[in-house]
Design a binder for this molecule. Structure first.
Ligand SMILES: Cc1cc2nc3c(=O)[nH]c(=O)nc-3n(C[C@H](O)[C@H](O)[C@H](O)COP(=O)(O)OP(=O)(O)OC[C@H]3O[C@@H](n4cnc5c(N)ncnc54)[C@H](O)[C@@H]3O)c2cc1C
Length: 266
C-alpha cells in the first residue's frame, strides 16, 4: 500500500493497524508519480523507487493520480464551489441530517459527534460569500471561523473496473459533501476490490471477477445518487431552487429526502 501523507486520524490508525495485522507492507510519505503497464504494473514513486504489481487499485482520492496517469480522470466541474467547517453543535439539533435549500445554494448539516456539526455550503462562485454570511448569522459563528474548500466538489465518475486496474472510493466517484457518505463508499468499495483480487488470485476468470466488481459497485450506489443530482440541480437551476425554497417554507427541512442515505447499512 503506497500513500502520500502519514496517517493521523483514529480511523486511519485503525486501518493501518488492520493492514499490519494482515502483513500488508505500508509505504507512507511516498507519492506515486508514474505508471507503466505491460501485462504487469510498474509503479514509480517520487523518490525513484519502483514497485511491480499484477493488479493495481487506485484509491488516491478525488484528484486521483492513477486515473490522471491513465488519461481516465474526467475534467473537474467548476460551476459550483463548496465550503466546509466543523462548528459547535447547536442546542437541540438532534440526530438529523439536514439539506437546506437557500436562494444562493444549499447548506448541508450533519452532526459529527456530541459537540460538533459538519457544516457544508454549496453555491456558485458569485454566491458563496453570501452563503457564508448566512451561515454566520444562522449559526452565530465568528467572523474568523476557518473554512475548508473542497475541490473539485464533484466530477464525473471513473469506470471502476479496467483490465488490471480497479478504482475505489473518491478516485472512482465523488459524492456531494453534505451527505457524509464518502467514507462509507470508500470502505465498502475497498472491501469489494479486495474480494475481487482474492477471487482472481484463487483462479477465477479475471473478466468475470471484474464484471462482478463493477456490478457490485453499481449496486452500492443504487437509489442513493438521486439526492446528489437534486442538490446539484438546485444550485445550478434558479427555477428549481426557488421551487425548493417555497417548499421549504412549508417544511424547512426535507426530512424524507435524507431518510434513505441516513439509513444504516451493514
Ligand atoms: C472537507 C470534507 C469533509 C468531508 N466530510 C465527510 C464526512 O463527514 N463523512 C464522510 O463520510 N465523508 C466526508 N468527506 C468525504 C470523505 O473524506 C471522502 O469521501 C473519503 O475520504 C474518500 O476516501 P478515499 O480513501 O477514497 O480518498 P481520500 O481520503 O482522499 O484518500 C486518498 C489518499 O490517497 C493519497 N494520494 C493521493 N495521491 C497520491 C499519490 N500520487 N501517491 C500516493 N498517495 C496519494 C492521499 O494523500 C490520500 O491519503 C469529506 C470530504 C471533504 C473534502
Amino acid at each position: 500500500m503506497i500513500c502520500r501523507i502519514p496517517h493521523s486520524s483514529l480511523l486511519d490508525d485503525l486501518l493501518r493497524k488492520r493492514a499490519h495485522e494482515l502483513c500488508v507492507q505500508v509505504r507512507e510519505e511516498t507519492t506515486v508519480t508514474a505508471l507503466n503497464y505491460n501485462g504487469n504494473w510498474k509503479i514509480v514513486t517520487a523518490t525513484g523507487e519502483t514497485f511491480l504489481a499484477r493488479t493495481l487499485i487506485g484509491a488516491d482520492g478525488r484528484n486521483s493520480t492513477i486515473a490522471r496517469l491513465r488519461n481516465l480522470l474526467p475534467r473537474p466541474a467548476r460551476e459550483r464551489v463548496a465550503l466546509q467547517a466543523h462548528i459547535p453543535l447547536p442546542l437541540n439539533f438532534g440526530k438529523r441530517i439536514v439539506l437546506q435549500f437557500l436562494r444562493e445554494g444549499y447548506s448541508g448539516q450533519v452532526p459529527v459527534n456530541e459537540n460538533e456539526l459538519n457544516l457544508c455550503l454549496v453555491g456558485r462562485p458569485p454566491t458563496i460569500a453570501r452563503l457564508r454570511q448566512w451561515a454566520r448569522r444562522h449559526f452565530e459563528i465568528p467572523v474568523d471561523q476557518p473554512w475548508r474548500t473542497i475541490t473539485p466538489l464533484t466530477r464525473a465518475p471513473v469506470p471502476c473496473a479496467h483490465e488490471n486496474l480497479l478504482f475505489i472510493g473518491d478516485a472512482a466517484r465523488v459524492v456531494e459533501p453534505f451527505t457524509g457518505e464518502g467514507i462509507y463508499y470508500a470502505l465498502r468499495s475497498g472491501e469489494l476490490a479486495a474480494g475481487t483480487v482474492a477471487k482472481i488470485v484463487r483462479g477465477k476468470d479475471r473478466q468475470l471477477a471484474l464484471r462482478e466488481f463493477a456490478r457490485d459497485c453499481a449496486e452500492m450506489y443504487r437509489g442513493r445518487l438521486w439526492i446528489n443530482r437534486l442538490a446539484r440541480a438546485a444550485v445550478l437551476s434558479p427555477r428549481l431552487a426557488s421551487f425548493f425554497i417555497q417548499a421549504a417554507g412549508v417544511e424547512p427541512i426535507f426530512r424524507s429526502l435524507t431518510t434513505k442515505i441516513a439509513t444504516p447499512r451493514l
